[in-house]
Design a protein around this ligand. Sequence first.
Ligand SMILES: Cc1cc2nc3c(=O)[nH]c(=O)nc-3n(C[C@H](O)[C@H](O)[C@H](O)COP(=O)(O)OP(=O)(O)OC[C@H]3O[C@@H](n4cnc5c(N)ncnc54)[C@H](O)[C@@H]3O)c2cc1C
Length: 536
Amino acid sequence: MRLRVQQVSVPLDYTDATILSRAARKIGCAPAALSRPVVVRRSLDARARNPEPVYVLTVEVALSLSALPSSAHLPSIEILGEPEPETPVRRIAVQDGAPRPVVVGAGPAGLMAAYRFAMAGARPLLIERGEEASARAPKVAQFWDRGILDPESNVLYGEGGAGLFSDGKLTARSKERGLIRDFMKLLHDCGADGSVLIDAEPHVGSDRLLAIVPRIRERIIAAGGEVRFRSRLDDVIVEDGCVRGVVVNGVEMECRHCVLAVGHSARDVYAMLAARGVALAPKPFAVGVRLEVPQSSIDRAQYGRFAGSPLLGAASFRLTRKGEGELRPCYSFCMCPGGKVIGCASEPGMLTTNGMSFSKRSLAKGNAAFLVPVGPADYPEHNVPALAGVEFQRTLERGAFAAAGGGYGVAAVRLPDFLARRVSRPLPPDRSCPLSAPVEFRSILPEFVTRTLEKAIPPMLKELNGVKPDDAVLYAPETRSSSPLWITRDDKGESVSARGLYPAGEGAGYAGGIVSSAIDGMRAAEHAALRMSRAD
Ligand SMILES: Cc1cc2nc3c(=O)[nH]c(=O)nc-3n(C[C@H](O)[C@H](O)[C@H](O)COP(=O)(O)OP(=O)(O)OC[C@H]3O[C@@H](n4cnc5c(N)ncnc54)[C@H](O)[C@@H]3O)c2cc1C
């Protein structure tokens, strides 16, 4: 018999023997009665009130039924039945000569949509405007080092999408446990550490993603898919409310089923969809700054006396502050422990900021966005209402680019100078983003945003006892935490105005983050597969 036992506390350097002895204690049996431990879930508990930091595990163990004591602590023990079946992959009967499904965008959503199609035998064509990861990396380095932008292959565009040069946090809030497991398993099969299968907050890191993502592409190709880089979707042909074709690099091709997974930086695609009459709707989002402080101070705040233990990774935080009177709420977002702040651009003359890390998360600083919610009432109207948020983002990004000297340096200020409304001269030399320039943030962010941040950040940082406001550096603007619009779709994932078009991932407005975008892409392929098989 196999049992699942929850809440098993073990030291950070645990072995199978420790798991068995702690699980046995939990069950109330002898350790020798247990065997074959498998960790299925792991979270870190390093609260200062513990005598030592521990992992809290959910484990599965084998036990002979006769050894199960009648006094077993049942609420934390589950007797396991048959293993959960894998999510079935629908087989699609593709007719000879029938147009293949087209997937646009090789970010997490598009890659996983193409993977799902390929596994189902649908021979997808995946097109991506940017370059493959290996060719993209030097372009990104040249952008960060010298401020030279390739508008088609950059931090946001290219194989792996916006998720490639990221922190690689694999936070999963979706309830689609089967699809999440499939995605994590694929990442693991393609080279991610086994921790992605069990950790409550898994993390991969940009260095690892650079190797993992091309292996996903190889699997798509091996299963009958085709992947074309430097291939930009220029247009979608919609006739009688149905997709009939796509235009790629100026060449028209027939297409009946198109998963549109272009991310939310592809503003030219949004404009094209609006021109084609595809239904779009404005969506609230958030803007703000990225704040960086020494990682050692975050570790002290979170781990207390355990800070500095080589067994503990770099600590993270999540902070929120309610709105008060005219002040809006503020929340931290996309924390990158032991990482660096980066500039991002996909259009010339505009710049936004973000954060990334490598697998070891061992750099000296940690950073997170501090965001303030915004909505259509905050920015000028647009003749296409859904595009008003995009124009608002552009205005902030253009202003920041110009204020920082026009060379793709990121606008930056020390927190005390931000609060005193002055420019930092000089900026701290040990900041993680060297291509940055001193700017007074009221010249680039709306007043309601800076006023909220002024009042919110100091008390929020107080919650991180040990993090000194004097050490904090802010970078701006954060504008791309989520999509400013929805490409409106129905409950089958299809555009409400263009049948055969499946808007997916972050750009569609229904997902955010690597895992949820990947899951959304898989779902889009499944919806399309169902329609394709019906059509057949
Ligand atoms: C620096 C940074 C760090 C991040 N860190 C994290 C993190 O740690 N954890 C997390 O969960 N999320 C993180 N995110 C967010 C995450 O990367 C996104 O939520 C996710 O990548 C969205 O996936 P997607 O596939 O929907 O879109 P994208 O990843 O944006 O991919 C869209 C792809 O479509 C392509 N494309 C666009 N237009 C066209 C066209 N016309 N023709 C062909 N191709 C096109 C683009 O080139 C791009 O490759 C980070 C984002 C950034 C920018």
